[in-house]
Write a protein that binds this ligand. Structure first.
Ligand code: NOJ
Ligand code: CA
Length: 706
């Protein structure tokens, strides 16, 4: 059936004023290609109801929208439709760095203005945007008489599903995104099973809800992912699973300290609630809906930050070879070592930093992260709440930051600052000026921040409005000092990098470090095949790939559950403008496969997801900016697979010298992870090749122009 809404909307704005003309049959908006449609109706009780379809088939069944407040009656019924306004928008914009350079941003918009029929006669605006790759909806609370502030107790945006889809989800944790992903039907989701993980310094799962992005596959093979865009001065959204209604319902992260979810002065707009829609799983990865729903770059030229690879005095600490603290025996170090006391093995020494710089410079790597160089680590006991422990300008006696910077400058390696706040944001805010002034004086242009532990003040959670505002404050502050931020234990990525391109990457997932010390067996092989279709839809990731010594010799009970070729493939599959070569220099030294890490790009002209299924496998090809070289990464879960790559994406008339890094015949993530093979080939547009990936395996290919 042809949808009434699929005809193209005129380029002019159509405003329908209900007071002057009778309502048409349908109010709605269709995406530029007409395949995604949003319909809007007012229910008999005067409540707004929307639904979403793809090719005329329901994606979201008629679903309601309402708010509950502390200081006012609920908003969502007894409303009158004042106007419905359609408009259209089209632009292209450029990412200063990213998985592609040019982004198309084309959508049609519908703005609904409502007013309560009874006192207090509040006005309310609902905005819908229909894109070819999904939809966004947000609320606006305009300036109005008698209300200057709202205290939101609940936002109830419903997503009534059209079926009991297969979901790829992680628990709706208010304090961390470092939970594993699970696959089940929506009605089988039970997030509460994952409370109290022994390796999490913070975790709070109050309800049967999921964190976003949450991805789904319908029985008809359509892929959906639910998330939010432009999370600004608002609480992060989890989605509560309502099994009876077969619905997801927004459940904002709260504050036990303040007793509400969000407090805002009028006028304001909420973040966009988003649904990415694609006929292929890979289409979700290639979709730019989340960044498109953010505002343009506010920082202008940020050429002081350049995408880069980096090494770090980091993995050796997680392995327990050295410590963050100077005297030994305190929090992070004992944790990483599984309870062993450390001492006299301080990792951040001037000498050690120079060793890493020498390694970096020899291999064309431009950054060095040094953790544990500043005082405080000896007093951060048991991840307990503490204010004022860390001091981001005072070195331990065996580290001379100026000398490290000087040496790095000489060798073309820039230092990356580290600030572990221990989840004491007020302490951090007090130090922002001194800490960032030090960076400025040393010419340091990026910082890795960390928020391990429960937030002080008590009752706040990592993903609540108070912390959302803290993370933004740090980002804005950093921008004033020409510093880019890589936040660990962050607020989730919602496309803010478009507006603040100094938001370069973040963690917000179970990173590589878990493999060094997790007591639950580490990240399973399916972890990153899930991440690519869930967490990665939010934005760039600092996963820290590249472990070559996969058995983790110093750690009897831990190993990496992937093959070496899988580790290489991650440089392409898991997008971030900074990519760590995380293993110890001695594990890379003289290793032929390290050539891939030397060669692989970090800034892309174009990216194409060639194939994949959430939690199973994924293959991505990316073209490097400036060089025109292509790189391919493919990873699989615990199942071996044969994949076929059709090289029709390569430019025509050009042969590429390919180096293929693949799993060896005996490769198996469990007991032979290091078995790999290197081969060369010459490949041109239109050719096809078949490759085998081992259990937990991968494939990495560099294609350099002749
Ligand atoms: C957690 C971060 O994710 C990790 O990379 C870092 O080493 C520790 N915090 C210490 O700050
Ligand atoms: Ca972490």
């Amino acid at each position: 059936m042809k949808n009434l809404l699929t005809s193209t909307y005129p380029l002019i704005i159509i405003i329908i004023l209900w007071s002057c003309s009778p309502p048409p049959e349908r109010i709605g908006v269709a995406s530029p290609n007409g395949r995604v449609t949003i319909d809007f109706i007012m229910s008999e009780t005067g409540s707004p109801v929307y639904s979403v379809s793809f090719d005329g088939k329901p994606v979201i069944q008629p679903s309601g929208m309402s708010f509950e407040f502390h200081n006012q009656q609920a908003l969502g019924s007894d409303l009158e439709l004042i106007s419905a306004e359609n408009s259209t928008f089209s632009e292209t914009w450029e990412m200063p760095w990213g998985e592609q350079r040019v982004v198309e941003n084309n959508y049609n918009q519908l703005d609904i203005t409502l007013k309560e029929k009874k006192t207090p006669n509040r006005s309310w605006i609902i905005r819908f945007k229909a894109y070819d790759d999904g939809i966004g909806l947000r609320y606006e609370f305009p300036t109005q008489e008698g209300v200057d502030t709202v205290v939101i107790m609940n936002e109830l945006t419903e997503f009534k599903l059209a079926g009991d889809h297969t979901a790829y989800w992680q628990p709706g944790d208010w304090d961390t995104y470092e939970q594993l992903y699970h696959q089940s039907r929506v009605t089988a989701i039970d997030a509460t099973k994952y409370r109290d993980h022994p390796d999490l310094a913070q975790s709070y799962i109050p309800e049967n809800a999921v964190n976003t992005p949450v991805t789904m596959k319908t029985d008809d093979g359509l892929y959906l992912s639910f998330h939010e865009a432009n999370l600004t001065n608002y609480a992060g959204m989890t989605l509560k699973v309502d099994k009876e209604q077969l619905a997801l319902i927004s459940n904002l992260v709260g504050s036990d300290r303040l007793g509400y979810k969000v407090k805002r002065a009028l006028p304001f707009e909420t973040p966009w609630r988003t649904i990415q829609i694609s006929e292929t799983a890979g289409g979700l990865i290639d979709s730019k809906l989340i960044v498109n729903l953010n505002e343009p770059n506010k920082l202008g030229n940020i050429s002081w930050f350049q995408p880069m690879k980096y090494v770090g005095i980091w993995w050796e600490m997680h392995l327990g070879n050295s410590t963050w603290d100077y005297e030994g025996s305190q929090s992070m170090s004992t944790f990483a070592e599984g309870g062993k006391e450390g001492s006299g093995r301080h990792g951040a020494t001037t000498e050690n930093a120079k060793r890493y710089i020498d390694f970096a410079t020899k291999n064309g790597i431009n950054g060095l992260l040094v953790e544990g160089w500043y005082t405080g680590w000896d007093h951060w006991v048991g991840f307990e709440d503490r204010e004022g422990v860390f001091d981001f300008v005072t070195e331990y006696p065996d580290y001379d930051i100026e000398e490290v910077v000087r040496y790095g400058n000489e060798k073309g390696v820039e230092l990356i600052m580290h600030h572990e706040t221990s989840a004491a944001p007020r302490s951090y805010e007090q130090q922002l000026d001194t800490a960032y002034s030090l960076m400025k004086s040393l010419g340091i242009h990026s910082v890795k921040t960390g928020y391990v532990g429960k937030i002080i003040p008590k009752g706040e959670y990592h993903h609540g409005q108070w912390m959302v505002n803290h993370y933004r404050k740090v980002l804005e502050h950093a921008a004033r000092y020409q510093v880019a931020v890589n936040a660990h234990e962050p607020i989730k990525a919602t496309g803010i990098r478009r507006t603040y391109p100094n938001a370069i990457a973040r963690e917000g997932l179970r990173g590589q470090e878990w493999n060094a010390w997790a007591t639950d067996g580490g990240n399973p092989p399916e972890h990153l095949p899930f991440v690519a279709f869930t967490r990665m839809l939010g934005g760039p990731i600092d996963f820290t790939p590249g472990v070559f010594e996969l058995t983790l010799k110093p750690k009897a009970n831990n190993q990496i559950n992937t093959t070496l070729a899988h580790q290489l493939a991650l440089y392409v599959v898991i997008y971030g403008p900074i990519q760590m070569a995380c293993d110890l220099p001695e594990n890379y030294e003289d290793h032929p496969a390290f050539q891939f890490i030397r060669d692989v790009g970090v800034n892309w002209e174009k990216s194409i997801t060639l194939d994949g299924e959430p939690g199973d496998f994924v293959t991505i090809a990316r073209e490097e900016r400036e060089t025109g070289n292509w790189f391919i990464g493919s990873i699989t879960d615990e199942i071996a697979r044969v994949i076929t790559i059709n090289y029709d994406f390569l430019p025509q008339g050009k042969a590429f010298n390919a180096t293929i890094y693949k799993d060896g015949k005996e490769a198996y993530y469990k007991d032979n992870p290091g078995d790999y093979l290197m081969e060369t080939d010459t490949i041109s547009n239109g050719e096809t090749r078949t490759y085998r990936l081992a259990r937990g395996g991968g494939l990495a290919i560099s294609l350099m122009g002749e």
